[in-house]
Structure formats: C-alpha cells, structure tokens
Design a protein around this ligand. Structure first.
Ligand SMILES: NC(=O)c1ccc[n+]([C@@H]2O[C@H](COP(=O)([O-])OP(=O)(O)OC[C@H]3O[C@@H](n4cnc5c(N)ncnc54)[C@H](O)[C@@H]3O)[C@@H](O)[C@H]2O)c1
Length: 252
C-alpha cells in the first residue's frame, strides 16, 4: 500500500521502539518522515536509513517535546522544508514507576510533561498548518494503563490525560478535515518488556486473553490505519491494541 505518498508525517520519540516501527511503516508507504527525539544520533541514523531504503527525504531532528520552543522550532523547520504537515504522531513518553508516596516532584513532572504536555505542545503547533489545508491526522499514545495501574500514578495520569486531550482535539477540529485519535497499547515486545525477569513477564502475559505479547508492527498497523486518508470518519476514539487485555478480568 502507498497510503501516505508524499505526505509529511511527524513522529515524536521515533528514534527507537514503537516510534521507530511507525516511522518505518510510514516511509514504506511513501511518506516524508520527520523524527523528533531527544536522542539525536539514533533519530538521525534511522531517518538516514529510511531515506536510503525508500528514497524519501526523511530527517531526524533534536526535539524535546517538554519544551514548547523546541517543538515550535521543529514544526516551523518541517513546514519550511516541505510546505505542509499531514500527520502528527505523539508517541514520545517515559516511565518513572513508584508508589504514590515515593514519586518525587521531578518524577511526576517529567512523566506528565513527556507524554501529556508534549502531546499538547505538538498538537498546538501543527493545528494552524493542518487547518489552513483543511486536512490532518493526529494520533497520540495512551496506554492500557490509562484506566489505572499499581505503581504508575504519574504515567496513568498522563495517559488518561491524553484520552481527554484527544477527545477535545477531535471536537475542536471536527469541521476542518482533521481527526484525532489515541492508541492504547498493551504488552508490546520492546526492550523494556524484554528486560523484565522471566517470572514477572510470564505473569503479565498470562493476563492477556490471547496469551501473547504484541509486536511493534501491530502498533504501526493501527497507527497507519488511523492516520490514513480513508479513516476520515473515525475521530475521538481510543483504540486498544492489546490482545484483549483491556476487556478486563476473565475466569479462564
Ligand atoms: N512498549 C509498550 O509496551 C507500551 C505500552 C503502552 C504504551 N506505550 C507508549 O508508547 C510510546 C512508545 O513507547 P516505547 O516502548 O516505544 O518507548 P521507548 O522508551 O522505547 O521510546 C521512547 C522514545 O521517546 C523518546 N523521548 C523520551 N522523552 C522525550 C522527549 N522529552 N522529547 C522527545 N523524545 C523523547 C526517547 O528518546 C525514545 O526514543 C510511549 O508513549 C509509551 O508510553 C508503550
């Protein structure tokens, strides 16, 4: 498929993990991909390899989504280079897990800022460009944890905030050809999951109705659908990509 031919797609946190899988998928489908990440070397290396592989003008930029000046400068640069923005993927996020009494101010703020505030800054910066062309697709990263999770108050607050932010973006842009949706991944095979000790990992997987983890490509597939021109009547949803984990408890 070539659903994103010549579209300009921004992926925050695209240097590794799910963001890298999505950047590769968009480039494979013809997009001009701009990766914004604090890890400049990895972002640039990935963009260079995508450019070579797919012959698209991809670029990696040093962007800290918690800093609105950094975000605004990135968006202006991309618009100056390519003249448009079609898709924004708000993927950057971090975890600093602890019980509530042990979350210090810095660990609260850094998690909320990277996921939720960063998604707000990037969305605010791209909207004028999307509105002027009456077209846009915005996907932001929540998590299955948004419903509540032990030891993750900062992350849960940020990921639940993204659900509310997404629904509000969807309402405010509904007449401008723009959609806003969220993806709530479950257990996806990333370095973080691989680093878990085997018993903890098996215990988690045993709670997934499908009894298996997801792959980064499962997330890229969902993001590509929500960001495609054909998904224009889908807005304000949270798409669980989790093998059924979000359904809740089961006796089997
Ligand atoms: N991996 C999972 O199983 C899973 C599950 C649920 C939700 N998620 C969410 O999906 C997203 C991607 O997860 P991942 O596992 O690929 O994470 P990851 O840690 O592998 O990658 C995150 C990327 O974001 C970048 N980043 C961090 N802070 C940044 C900032 N301030 N500005 C710009 N870039 C920044 C990092 O450098 C990194 O490249 C996150 O929002 C995460 O919360 C992941």
């Amino acid at each position: 498929m070539n659903r994103f031919h010549d579209q300009v797609v921004l992926v925050t946190g695209g240097a590794q993990g799910l963001g890298a899988a999505m950047a590769a998928r968009f480039a494979a489908e013809g997009a001009i991909v701009a990766i914004g990440d604090v890890n400049t070397d990895a972002a640039t290396a990935l963009a260079d390899s995508l450019q070579q592989q797919y012959d698209r003008p991809c670029a990696g930029h040093r962007v800290d989504v918690t800093d609105s000046e950094s975000v605004n400068a990135w968006i202006e640069q991309v618009v100056a280079d390519h003249g448009r923005i079609d898709v924004l993927v708000n993927n950057a996020g971090i975890i600093r897990d602890n019980r509530i009494e042990d979350i210090d101010d810095a660990d609260w703020r850094s998690v909320v800022d990277a996921s939720m505030t960063g998604s707000f800054y990037c969305t605010r910066a791209v909207l004028p460009h999307m509105r002027s062309r009456q077209y846009g697709r915005i996907v932001s990263f929540s998590s299955m944890s948004w419903r509540g999770n032990f030891g993750q108050a900062n992350y849960v607050a940020a990921k639940a905030g993204i659900v509310g932010l997404t629904r509000t973006i969807a309402l405010e842009t509904a007449r401008d050809g723009i959609t806003a949706n969220a993806i709530a991944p479950g257990l996806i095979e990333t370095p973080m999951l691989a680093s878990m000790n085997a018993p903890a990992r098996e215990k988690l997987i045993s709670k997934v109705p499908q009894r298996k983890t997801g792959q980064p490509e499962d997330i890229a597939e969902a993001a590509a659908y929500l960001c495609s021109p054909a998904a224009g009547y889908v807005s304000g949803v949270v798409l669980d990509v989790d093998g059924g984990l979000g359904i809740g408890s089961s006796i089997r």
